[in-house]
Design a protein around this ligand. Sequence first.
Ligand code: COA
Length: 146
Amino acid sequence: MVHLARRSGLPFSVDFRESLIYRFIDLVAVDGSGIVGWLQGQLEASYRELIDEGYPSPHASIMEMVVEPTRRREGIGRGLVVEFVRRARRERLSAIGLNVMAGSPKEVDCLVQFYTSLGMQKVYLEAVDQTRMIGDLNQICARFST
Ligand SMILES: CC(C)(COP(=O)(O)OP(=O)(O)OC[C@H]1O[C@@H](n2cnc3c(N)ncnc32)[C@H](O)[C@@H]1OP(=O)(O)O)[C@@H](O)C(=O)NCCC(=O)NCCS
């Protein structure tokens, strides 16, 4: 996972002790060549700013997400999010949130298109390279129920 994140230019700063305390879960997509995708999420997150905006608490959050650069646009990222949503719903959470942080506005646009395609909405643009996304878990799953 560290290798994949570094190859993709993500600042990798996972503290595995923190992962246990804050209920992070890691999902990996694997094929014959090894790990081709990774999502780290948190169940029962409760960011104060989001709650102040009327965002339900507790909810689920995506902390990190990366797909092997040579394997993008094959549905791997979508598959990881759908599995994370399934687990969050199993815990009776009703919403999902994340912060998009990227090196350029173009990268932010790309990430916003990815998460929008999954049924999430942009909440507001904090800065040119940051956006917050939220989604209703029932609506996100509904897109994949047929
Ligand atoms: C964002 C990322 C995880 C997407 O993973 P992926 O496996 O390529 O995405 P999918 O194939 O599941 O794409 C699902 C849909 O998202 C949208 N999408 C994905 N990548 C897109 C892009 N570059 N531009 C526009 N839309 C895009 C499309 O609607 C796509 O459906 P389609 O291929 O049928 O048109 C991957 O590009 C990545 O690892 N980016 C770099 C790391 C990063 O910035 N992570 C995010 C931190 S929050």
